[in-house]
Write a protein of this length. Structure first.
Length: 151
């Protein structure tokens, strides 16, 4: 009988410890990344020139030597600018920010040619010089116009 009480007490103690430690766990664990990071994580692509292979993954552009596939350089994609907040600037007490959008990486891809690397990342086109991967220009694509109802 004594052994049974001890085992039950031990099981209850372990259950309480496990439940209690989860309350102190990182509250952001398992949450999706910040919207800027969230935007770039799903993008991927691959292109190359006669000397280099360019890989888009994890928000980075990586340049590899074609001869031996050694990583030569890696640069971060520019962080997307969050949309302008159209509120009056006064936050209502107890209001939480809207949930992040569902994970849709949007259009993306790479193309290398004429001494440049072109990166399509969501609504932006970035032009990098090659082989140094310096950002030369960026262009925001126009917002699509959706068909009007009734047409």
């Amino acid at each position: 009988m004594n052994l049974r009480k001890t085992l039950i007490s031990l099981a209850v103690a372990v259950a309480l410890i496990l439940t209690g430690t989860s309350a102190f766990a990182d509250p952001h664990q398992g949450m999706p990344p910040h919207h800027g990071m969230f935007h770039t994580m799903g993008l991927s692509g691959l292109t190359g020139t006669q000397q280099h292979l360019y890989v888009l993954a994890g928000g980075k552009i990586m340049q590899y030597s074609l001869a031996d596939l050694k990583l030569l350089k890696a640069v971060d994609l520019p962080k997307p600018v969050p949309p302008a907040d159209k509120s009056t600037g006064k936050e209502e007490a107890g209001k939480f920010p809207p949930p992040p959008p569902p994970h849709l990486p949007g259009p993306h891809g790479l193309w290398a040619g004429d001494g440049a690397l072109y990166v399509l990342a969501g609504p932006m086109i970035y032009q990098f010089s090659t082989p140094d991967l310096t950002l030369k220009t960026k262009v925001e694509l126009p917002k699509p116009e959706f068909p009007k109802a009734g047409h």
